[in-house]
Design a protein around this ligand. Structure first.
Ligand code: G4P
Length: 526
C-alpha cells in the first residue's frame, strides 16, 4: 500500500477557469480523454450551462443537477492522480467559482487567441492573486485567425498582472497554423486538424535541426528560430519556484477542439504543478502529511427535488487519511459524526469510497448539518481560513408575503445562506433584510426554492445600492462617528460584523475621503 506521503505527492488538484466560450469545457473533455476517464468527445457537454438559455434558471438548475457527478473529475494519468474541480461557466454563479478556487492547489486559465483577456478571466485572476495560486495559461483556438502571440503575451502580463513565460510556441496561426514548438521539452508537434487524433511528433535534436525546415518549410522554420531567440532574450528562464509562488505563469499554445497542444500541457502540468500544500487555519498551519485527518466544506450542492431535501457537502481533504465510518468532529457544532456513504468522483462516476487523501474531494450526503466553510477533523479544534465572501453586485429587500409562514421563511433563508447561495445583511436602521447576489438569477433561485422547499412565500423590493463593504477601525471613536453619520446605511452581516451600504461610487469615495481612519474592505476576509 502506498504511504500517505506517496499518495499526497502524486495528487494534482486544480480548476480550469476562463471567460465563457474560451474553451474550458472542450479542454476539460480532452484532458479526461487522455486520462481514459471518458472515451468519446462530447461527454462533458451535458455539464455545461448553456449561455443561450437566457435566464432560464430552471434549465440551469437541471443542468447543475446533472453536474453533481462532474463537479469533481478524478482520474489517474501515469503515476498521477488528477482531480479537476469544475466551476460554473455562468457568471451569475461567480461566487461558487471563487469558493472552488479555495479548494484547489493550482489553476489552468484558458484564453481565446482572438479575444485575449476578457472580463471574467480578469476577475478570477484577482482571486488567484489574493491566494498566490500557481497559474498556467493555455492560449486556445490557434486553428482560427487571432492575434499575434507576442501581443497576447503582453496583454496577459498587463491585464492579469502576472509575469508570463512561454513554454511552447506556435508556428503561424489560423489557416496557416502548422504546429507548436515545445520549448520546455525541445520537441516539435505538427498540426493535423482532427478532433480525435493525437499530435504528430517530429523527431528533432534542437531548434537548429534541419528536420524542422523539412517539416514546416524554410521560411516558417526561420521565423520560429527568430521568435525563439527573441523569447530567450526577453523572458527569463522558466523558474518553477516562481511559478509555485504564483509569480510567473507558464504559457502554452494550442487548440483544444483539435486536441492539439493538450498533451504537452498535461505532461508539463503534472510535472510542475504543486501537490497539496500546507494550509493555514486560525490556530496553526496544517501539513497534509500529518496523520490526523482534517478537511473543510467548500461547496454544498442542494437537491432540487422538494421531496428529498438532501444536499451533498463537498469536503476538501487537507491532511491525513479520510476513512469511511471513522468518527470525525464537526468543529462548529462540536458533534462527532460518522459518514457511511462518502462518495468520490472517478472517471465521471460517483462511487462510495473507503478512503481518500489530501487533495481529494469527498461528497458527503447531508440533511442540513453543514455550512460552507465548516471544518471536520479527527478531533483537534481547527478552523480553516480563506473562504471569503465578496461584496455582492445586486441587492434587494426580501419581504415575507405570508405572515403564517414567517418561521419557514426565516429557516429557509438561513439554510440557503449556509449553502452560500447569496449573502444576507440586516439594515440596522429599519431592521429590514437585504439579500445580496452576484447575478439576477440568484433572486429567482431563492424565491423558487423558498416556496418549493420551505413552503414560504417572499417578494423582492428594490433597493438602490452600489456596494456593501465591511468596515473596521483601530479608532473606536472614529468608528462610532462613522456609524452615527451613516446610520441609515449601516447593516450587519450574518456574523454581526459592520457593513456599510454605499448607494453610489461617489458616496463611497466621499466616505473614504472623509473618514481616513476607517478601513473599507470589499471582501469579508481581511
Ligand atoms: P467554455 O466552456 O469556455 O464556455 O467553452 P467551450 O469549450 O464550450 O467552447 C466554446 C466554443 O468554442 C465551442 O463552440 C467550441 O467547440 C469552440 N472551441 C473550443 N476550442 C476550440 C479550438 O481550439 N478551436 C476552435 N476553432 N473552436 C474551439 P460552440 O459552437 O459554441 O459549441 P459546439 O456547438 O461546438 O459545442
Amino acid at each position: 500500500m502506498a504511504s500517505l506521503t506517496e499518495e499526497i505527492k502524486r495528487r494534482r488538484t486544480f480548476a480550469i477557469i476562463s471567460h465563457p466560450d474560451a474553451g474550458k469545457t472542450t479542454l476539460t473533455e480532452k484532458l479526461l480523454l487522455y486520462g481514459g476517464a471518458i472515451h468519446i468527445a462530447g461527454a462533458v457537454k451535458s455539464n455545461k450551462i448553456k449561455k443561450t438559455a437566457t435566464s432560464d434558471w430552471m434549465e440551469i438548475e437541471k443542468q447543475r443537477g446533472i453536474s453533481v457527478a462532474t463537479s469533481v473529475m478524478g482520474f489517474n494519468y501515469g503515476d498521477y492522480k488528477i482531480n479537476i474541480l469544475d466551476t460554473p461557466g455562468h457568471q451569475d454563479f461567480a461566487e461558487d467559482t471563487y469558493r472552488t478556487l479555495t479548494a484547489v492547489d493550482s489553476v489552468i486559465i484558458v484564453v481565446d487567441v482572438a479575444k485575449g483577456v476578457e472580463q471574467q478571466t480578469r476577475k478570477l485572476m484577482e482571486v488567484c492573486r489574493m491566494r498566490n495560486t500557481p497559474v498556467i495559461i493555455f492560449v486556445n483556438k490557434l486553428d482560427r485567425e487571432g492575434r499575434d502571440p507576442f501581443e497576447i503575451l503582453d496583454e496577459l502580463e498587463s491585464e492579469l498582472k502576472i509575469d508570463v513565460r512561454p513554454l511552447s510556441w506556435p508556428i503561424n496561426i489560423g489557416a496557416k497554423f502548422k504546429g507548436v514548438y515545445n520549448i520546455y521539452e525541445n520537441t516539435l508537434d505538427l498540426f493535423t486538424p482532427d478532433k480525435q487524433k493525437v499530435t504528430n511528433r517530429v523527431e528533432i535534436d534542437n531548434v537548429n535541426d534541419s528536420r524542422i525546415d523539412d517539416a514546416v518549410g524554410e521560411t516558417d522554420a526561420a521565423k520560429l528560430r527568430e521568435d525563439l531567440e527573441l523569447i530567450e532574450g526577453v523572458y527569463p528562464e522558466f523558474d518553477r519556484d516562481k511559478y509555485l509562488a504564483g509569480k510567473v505563469a507558464p504559457v502554452f499554445f494550442g487548440s483544444a477542439l483539435n486536441t492539439f497542444g493538450v498533451k504537452e500541457l498535461l505532461d508539463c502540468f503534472v510535472k510542475i504543478a504543486p501537490s497539496p500544500k500546507p494550509i493555514d487555519t486560525e490556530e496553526r498551519t496544517v501539513n497534509p502529511e500529518e496523520s490526523g485527518f482534517s478537511g473543510f466544506v467548500f461547496k454544498i450542492h442542494a437537491n432540487m427535488d422538494p421531496n428529498h431535501r438532501s444536499c451533498i457537502a463537498f469536503v476538501k481533504i487537507c491532511s491525513g487519511r479520510f476513512e469511511r465510518n471513522a468518527p470525525y468532529r464537526h468543529i462548529r457544532s462540536g458533534k462527532v459524526m460518522k459518514f457511511a456513504a462518502p462518495t468520490a468522483f472517478m472517471a465521471q462516476k460517483k462511487d462510495i469510497v473507503d478512503e481518500a487523501f489530501p487533495g481529494d474531494i469527498v461528497g458527503i450526503p447531508d440533511t442540513g448539518n453543514f455550512k460552507i466553510g465548516d471544518t471536520l477533523t479527527s478531533g483537534e479544534e481547527l478552523h480553516f481560513k480563506g473562504l471569503p465572501s465578496f461584496s455582492p453586485e445586486m441587492f434587494k429587500y426580501i419581504e415575507n408575503t405570508d405572515p403564517m409562514k414567517s418561521k419557514q421563511l426565516e429557516k429557509g433563508i438561513q439554510q440557503l445562506m449556509d449553502e452560500g447561495v447569496a449573502q444576507l445583511f440586516t439594515n440596522q436602521f429599519n431592521g429590514r433584510k437585504i439579500i445580496g447576489t452576484v447575478g439576477q438569477l440568484q433572486f429567482e433561485v431563492i424565491q423558487y426554492r423558498l416556496l418549493h422547499e420551505y413552503g414560504a412565500k417572499c417578494r423582492w423590493e428594490p433597493i438602490s445600492l452600489y456596494k456593501a463593504c465591511w468596515i473596521e477601525s483601530d479608532d473606536a471613536e472614529a468608528l462610532d462617528a462613522f456609524k452615527r453619520r451613516k446610520h441609515q446605511f449601516m447593516a450587519t452581516d450574518r456574523q454581526g460584523r459592520d457593513v456599510f451600504l454605499a448607494d453610489s461610487s461617489y458616496v463611497l469615495q466621499m466616505a473614504q475621503n472623509d473618514f481616513p481612519k476607517i478601513k473599507f474592505h470589499f471582501s469579508s476576509e481581511f
